[in-house]
Design a protein around this ligand. Structure first.
Ligand code: NAP
Length: 169
């Protein structure tokens, strides 16, 4: 796993994941097979414009939220050719760092092209969350779950250590 950074030389960046490294954003985008976008939503359009060739046909997992905008996801800012997946935007980050609750791991609902479903599920599972696939091109559904999390955790002040779970019988 390589983290793209605008300051790859910074010494204070600490890597805890095994085999992780840091490199310049453009070189990471050029060489990555799977890209997770985790930068401010407002910055995605410029990033996509500056790296449009590198993004063509890539699997992009969009974790960004356009805070305060009518549409939370950044799909419209990305080249139409990307294989677009929506995940990691519906929980506060502390729940991804420590995803196990008293009754098991938190669920991470996600949308992805059908042929990329398993890859995205593997990425989600690799951080300890339980992947729940909701379909292809379903970013609006995922964004609704982001709004549910905000309403409960922030709006109702239940706190950020809060996650949603699918129950089945
Ligand atoms: N925090 C959460 O709990 C959470 C949960 C779910 C989703 N999200 C979403 O995930 C994204 C990242 O969240 P965050 O809390 O990590 O935000 P953040 O701390 O504001 O941004 C993350 C990193 O993005 C980099 N960055 C800023 N502008 C950039 C640009 N123009 N080009 C490239 N990199 C840039 C910054 O690195 P440098 O300044 O060092 O270059 C910063 O360390 C946001 O869209 C947020 O809505 C956040």
């Amino acid at each position: 796993m390589t983290f793209g950074s605008r300051h790859p030389e910074r010494e204070e960046l600490e890597l805890t994941a095994e085999g992780a490294s840091i490199a310049a954003v453009s070189s990471v985008l050029a060489s990555a097979e799977v890209i997770i976008l985790a930068l401010p939503g407002a910055a995605v359009a410029d990033l996509a414009t500056e790296n449009s060739a590198a993004l063509v046909g890539k699997l992009v997992i969009d974790a960004t939220n356009q805070m305060g905008a009518p549409v939370a996801n950044s799909r419209a800012a990305l080249p139409p050719s990307v294989r677009y997946a929506r995940a990691f935007n519906t929980l506060g980050g502390e729940n991804m760092a420590d995803p196990v609750f008293a009754d098991g791991p938190a669920d991470m609902f996600f949308s992805a092209p059908e042929q990329d479903q398993q890859i995205v599920a593997n990425v989600i599972q690799s951080v300890g969350l339980r992947p729940i696939y909701v379909g292809q091109d379903q970013e609006e559904l995922i964004d609704a779950l982001f709004r549910v999390w905000i309403a409960l955790a922030i709006g109702q002040k239940r706190g950020r250590r809060l996650a949603l779970r699918l129950l089945e019988k």
